[in-house]
Design a protein around this ligand. Structure first.
Ligand SMILES: [Fe+2]
Length: 320
């Protein structure tokens, strides 16, 4: 096997089986259809949420987590059919979406009225903390967003007040401990646990209001034609402002091209946006197809090699 990394110091045993255990295949993703408070609300009820790496922010503890190892950030996904909406909410940490498929509109503001940004496959959207955002599939096919949330514990979601009202109409109650109660399934809040208070006007007044002219701070469009090599999208000196806890880069490789071998100082997660690629270490390799996610542990020397016509990988690195 030609890996280009033989002879270098190996810091971790990672045979083929161990590498495969660090891969989450797109076809194997396990959706949760009742992860959040808006899961019954017409227009939102068909969305599928995924927690690929880390605990995520699901309000349903039964949501499947593919890889539970702490990375300092969470990787997830959302799959929605046309017209399906993800309701207005805010996070305490960075939230980044990579558009894998479909056409999407991201709306800012309590009701989505402040600004809109449309995005297509390959575009990367980064939301500032403490601002209401929501999004909808505006295309004609089901679309998938791959997401990054900052922190091992990204905290609870702050929902816009109307999201609580709609949930109540359809029998869902969000508790102050973050859990969901489904009254249509005969559930009732456990003793001593109160419902989450509806987000107050004071809390809303503290959120940032985005303006249409802030678009350049929010979206990095996929370069056309693609730019070879690794290009920093989110991070100091990147296309978009730095976020806490991780950076995001695009790694574009031509046919059979390989990156240089190196060892990441922090955990590194790669997502195959276009094409197919192999991840080689000193003793084994694994092949990734379009839509697959892999996590590479800190200190493991590796390189990426494109297969066929080339590949575009999204690379997320922890910053400690
Ligand atoms: Fe979110």
């Amino acid at each position: 096997m030609e890996t280009g990394v033989e002879g270098h110091q190996r810091v971790r045993n990672c045979d083929e089986k161990a590498l495969e255990a660090r891969v989450v295949r797109y076809r194997d993703l396990v959706p949760c259809r009742n992860a959040f408070i808006d899961t019954r609300t017409p227009g939102s009820e068909a969305k599928e949420n995924f927690t690929i790496i880390g605990p995520g922010v699901a309000e349903n503890p039964e949501q499947h987590v593919h890889i539970t190892e702490a990375h300092g950030f969470n990787i997830g996904g959302a799959r929605q059919p046309p017209q399906c909406i993800n309701s207005q909410h805010s996070h305490d940490t960075a939230e980044v979406f990579v558009v894998y498929s479909g056409r999407w509109r991201f709306n800012f503001g309590e009701h989505g009225e402040d600004a809109q940004v449309d995005a297509e496959p390959g575009d990367i959207v980064s939301f500032p903390i403490h601002t209401f955002r929501g999004f909808a599939n505006i295309g004609e096919d089901t679309g998938f967003l791959w997401s990054v949330l900052g922190g091992d514990d990204p905290g609870r979601v702050l929902w816009a007040p109307h999201v609580f009202e709609l949930a109540d109409q359809y029998g869902l109650i969000l508790l102050e401990n973050g859990a969901l109660v489904d009254t249509t399934a005969g559930q009732s809040p456990p003793a001593g646990v109160n419902a989450m208070p509806v987000t107050s006007r004071e809390a809303i007044a503290k959120l940032r209001k985005m303006r249409p002219e802030d678009e350049d701070e929010v979206i990095a469009r996929a370069p056309r034609p693609p730019r070879r090599g690794e290009n920093l999208v989110i991070g100091s000196g990147g296309e978009l402002p730095a976020t806490k806890g991780f950076t995001v880069s695009r790694l574009t490789l031509g046919p059979d091209e390989a990156s240089a071998a190196s060892s990441p100082a922090h955990p590194e997660v790669v997502f195959v946006q276009v094409g197919a690629a192999q991840v080689h270490t000193a003793e084994a390799f694994v092949t990734l197809g379009k839509g697959d996610t892999m996590t590479v542990p800190a200190g493991l020397e590796r390189l990426y090699r494109a297969l066929g016509e080339g590949a575009e990988l999204i690379v997320v690195r922890g910053t400690g």
